[in-house]
Design a protein around this ligand. Structure first.
Ligand SMILES: [Mg+2]
Length: 370
């Protein structure tokens, strides 16, 4: 590895995909608007760091991320040594201070940080989970498959989706709850349990839809039905409500996909407001921030699981002793990644290539570039 590297360029592409088939959770309707922003950090050593910030909805999001990267972050990046991600994070926070480091700015900062770690791993010739200090070589994973689908009163589509995940080899599923009355939740959980059998974990995710009373009332039912965790019962800002639920219920309270930075997570942890924290590697702030969040959680005796999947979540999970689950969709037919994820016995295997594994196939990027 050369003694010093320099960032000499920052390239971005906005991607847009054709509308997909619609699906929903308690508050979101997905399908019509999907896209993302690709970032490439170029160095004087010829090593390029890649990252991709995806948006499952909000058609304008990727363009905003690109604008923040190009107009606000790039000037702070050019000339820096990419092997100094903590120093660079401090500079990027200054660069966006006027509008704040949370929200879409955090998506942009996270993408830069992931790309920096891709450079670091590639320059050293090692997968990033080892550079972070590896703890394990495989990570338990579950499939987010129990969505709400249109015209699915008989739950046929819902059943097909769970069955497909189990056939693919996943040994745990997450299902959405809270969009309808409690009887419907009970029916959805029963159907999932029939398909999964007694042993596999079933996580339920309410996507912020309840108030405290309803969250508690339904939480007791999910708990009684043996669900593994109860995710995002309340809006993220209601941290005292989360603390109340965590005190009142024995089922694990999982949350964090809408928290930003380690300071946001500290507010949760200080209140005892979560049993499992779920940093999202776009909102939370990137690899550097993610590692600090999970270390904080570890000190509070709290487990960590990723919000979302893919290789850019896998590296940090492999490097933390308190990580319990990676979230994933189907890993079949991913045409974008150079090194596809591999699953064995329901666990994701450690990536073998150097870097973050975040480099994308050039023809895939070309195909969807706006
Ligand atoms: Mg969720």
């Amino acid at each position: 590895m050369r003694k010093q590297l320099r960032i000499v360029g920052v390239e971005t592409d906005v991607l847009r995909f054709a509308p997909g088939s619609p699906y929903s959770d308690a508050i979101h309707d997905f399908g019509p608007e999907r896209g993302g922003c690709v970032i490439r950090v170029l160095t004087d050593a010829g090593v390029t760091g890649w990252a991709y910030s995806s948006f499952g909805m909000i058609g304008g999001g990727p363009r905003v991320v690109e604008t923040i990267i190009q107009q606000e972050l790039k000037p702070a990046l050019i000339g820096q040594d990419p092997t100094f991600p903590k120093r660079i994070r401090a500079d990027l926070w200054k660069a966006v201070e006027y509008h704040g480091v949370q929200g879409v700015a955090s998506f942009a900062i996270a993408a830069v940080d992931i790309a920096l770690w891709d450079v670091i791993g590639k320059a050293a010739g090692m997968p990033v989970y080892k550079m972070l200090g590896a703890f394990r070589e495989r990570m338990a994973t579950y499939n987010m498959c129990g969505w709400y689908y249109p015209n699915d009163a008989d739950l046929a589509h819902y059943k097909r989706s769970i069955t497909a995940a189990l056939e693919e080899g996943f040994r745990g599923v997450k299902i959405k709850v809270g969009r309808g009355p409690v009887d419907e939740d009970v029916r959805r959980i029963r159907v999932a349990r029939e398909l999964c059998g007694a042993a596999l974990p079933i996580m339920v995710d309410a996507n912020q839809v309840f108030n405290r009373n309803e969250a508690l009332r339904r939480g007791r039912i999910y708990q009684e039905m043996g669900c593994f965790w109860y995710e995002e019962p309340l809006p993220p800002q209601e941290r005292d409500g989360y603390a109340e639920l965590a005190r009142e219920l024995d089922i694990r309270i999982a949350t964090g996909e809408n928290e930003y930075t380690c300071y946001g997570f500290l507010e949760l942890l200080k209140r005892g407001a979560a049993d499992v924290v779920q940093p999202d590697n776009r909102r939370a702030g990137g690899v550097t921030e993610w590692m600090e969040i999970s270390a904080l959680a570890d000190a509070f005796g709290v487990a960590v699981a990723s919000h979302g999947g893919g290789v850019t979540n896998l590296h940090m999970l492999l490097a933390m002793p308190n990580s319990i689950y990676m979230e994933s969709g189907s890993i079949k037919g991913d045409s974008s990644a150079l090194e596809p994820l591999r699953m064995k016995d329901g666990e994701m295997l450690a990536p073998e290539s150097a870097g973050m594994g975040s480099e994308l196939k050039p023809d895939w990027v070309r195909k969807y570039r706006v």
